[in-house]
Design a protein around this ligand. Structure first.
Ligand SMILES: [Zn+2]
Length: 193
């Protein structure tokens, strides 16, 4: 910006940074909050930070099973992995190859099926995952079909009592310090090179 230039009338140059360009886009939206110098997001015309914050957030699309992922009882690292899995953004080998990153083999390293490691294989088709899942189900005495992440979450929501069911599930299963879970995982790893 030039010295003494008005921020509200400033037009960013075509080669400005991504951040500056986006700040200016936000500014254009904020100008809509005022009419005849009156703040229009509240009935009384008084400025409230929370109203501005909500207006800036906008109306995003709610993820169907968000309450099962962002549950207060799920550990942060599990939330993050689950969120990535839900959006099919886990760093599986098929994505590595898609990004043209160097990769010795795209095959799954957990089983000997010589199948490409993608999200579906890792969670559903992999023999190793099937064995872990089977033992896990026996241990927690639950019968949950082995499906892709989105379908599994949807199933839990419909059949296991929604977020309450998820809390119970998380409490029983997803505690990292739990020796039993580690034992199951280790047992299944033993045949791996
Ligand atoms: Zn596999």
């Amino acid at each position: 910006m030039k010295p003494n230039e008005n921020f509200w009338t400033h037009v960013p140059s075509y080669n400005c940074s991504w951040y500056w360009n986006n700040l200016n886009k936000i500014k254009l939206g904020m100008q809509q909050w005022y009419s005849n110098d009156r703040y229009t997001l509240t009935a009384n015309g008084k400025y409230y930070v929370n109203q501005s914050y909500l207006a800036l957030l906008g109306h995003g699309t709610l993820v169907e099973s968000h309450e099962l992922i962002w549950s207060k009882i799920v550990l942060p690292k599990h939330m993050f992995i689950l969120w990535l899995a839900y959006h099919k953004k886990l760093f599986t080998k098929d994505r590595t190859v898609g990004m043209r990153m160097q990769c010795e083999t795209a095959d799954c390293m957990l089983c000997e099926q010589e199948e490409i490691e993608d999200a579906k294989h890792v969670f559903v088709d992999c023999d190793w995952a099937k064995a872990v899942w089977s033992e896990l189900m026996q241990w927690v005495e639950m019968q949950l079909p082995q499906m892709e992440t989105r379908v599994t979450l949807s199933y839990i929501k419909q059949n296991e009592g929604g977020s309450a069911g998820c809390d119970a599930w998380s409490t029983g299963v997803l505690q990292p310090e739990d020796q039993e879970l580690e034992k199951i995982s280790r047992t299944k790893c033993e045949h791996q090179p």
